[in-house]
Design a protein around this ligand. Structure first.
Ligand SMILES: C[S@@+](CC[C@H](N)C(=O)[O-])C[C@H]1O[C@@H](n2cnc3c(N)ncnc32)[C@H](O)[C@@H]1O
Length: 253
């Protein structure tokens, strides 16, 4: 018997999870659906009540929440993420045998394509995780990237990966809240692109307007493009999962 859960609680499941088997994880969800959030009334209620009681997701609390989630163990994340260390939802092909890494690569390529980045541009990435998107953007387009995280561990690992890729001149990783981000010194103080993946569900309902206001103020008014990918509240599971695994978060409708 093993447990799967987010940071707040663990739920005993009925079948063991083999190492890195995405298809099996989907099967486990289907077989344990009642406990994982669609059938059990109390399991659904608990995280919602917790969400109502949680304190504001102001910059101080946001830093605390992120640190408590990401800064305990690098090994934990390395064990269940694909080797590129992308964390947010992958874009699956529909083939049940597809590997997580391939679906994550598809997501990164697709979102970078949408951003239409060119070599002379400067990209702001809000919520860069362990740096894969920032590195891939710089490698594939030649652009510059300023990338923000609130996790010490993510910053350290992302910087190591940037160095290993020889991109220190073009990719900067900052430990900084999006609310205090400033524009670059060149380009009239504007970024050409803003990319934010798996991040706006961490913003919290009360700060969503502020999040978009900040992006709007940093993005070039003439040719700026914003690419955002995240979880919205399209069904019951997505509503409770973000608040259950990370305090301060909320999937907007
Ligand atoms: C779920 S992770 C997504 C990481 C990466 N974009 C991915 O898709 O794998 C959320 C990221 O947002 C960052 N983050 C959360 N709140 C933030 C804030 N207020 N300001 C800046 N970054 C923040 C976290 O540090 C983390 O890197």
């Amino acid at each position: 018997m093993i447990s799967v859960g987010y940071s707040m609680y663990a739920i005993p499941l009925k079948i063991p999870i083999p190492h890195r088997s995405d298809t099996k994880i989907k099967q486990i969800y289907i077989q344990n659906k009642s406990q994982l959030g669609t059938g059990n009334f109390f399991m659904q209620l608990l995280p919602r009540v917790t969400m109502l009681l949680q304190p504001s997701n102001d910059p101080q609390n946001a830093r605390r929440y992120i640190s408590s989630h990401y800064d305990d163990s690098d090994e934990l994340f390395a064990n269940f993420l694909s080797p590129d260390m992308n964390y947010s939802c992958a874009h699956w092909s529909g083939d049940p045998d597809e590997a997580l890494e391939s679906a994550q690569k598809r997501k990164v390529q697709r979102l970078l394509q949408k951003a239409q980045i060119s070599v002379d541009q400067h990209v702001l990435e809000i919520g860069c995780g362990w740096g894969d998107v920032a590195i891939t953007a710089a490698q594939t387009t030649g652009c510059r990237v300023t990338a923000l995280t609130l996790s010490d561990n993510q910053k350290r690992i992302a910087e190591k990966r940037v160095k290993e890729a020889g991109l220190e001149e073009r990719v900067r990783i900052l430990l900084q809240d999006y609310r205090s981000a400033t524009g670059p010194e060149t380009n009239g103080g504007y970024y050409d692109r803003v990319i934010s993946i798996g991040m706006f569900e961490h913003v919290g309902a009360e700060y969503l307007d502020e999040y978009f206001r900040v992006i709007s103020s940093l993005l070039h008014p003439g040719h700026g493009v914003m690419v955002i990918d995240g979880i919205t509240m399209t069904h019951k599971v997505s509503r409770f999962v973000p608040s259950a695994y990370l305090r301060g978060s909320n999937a907007p409708p």
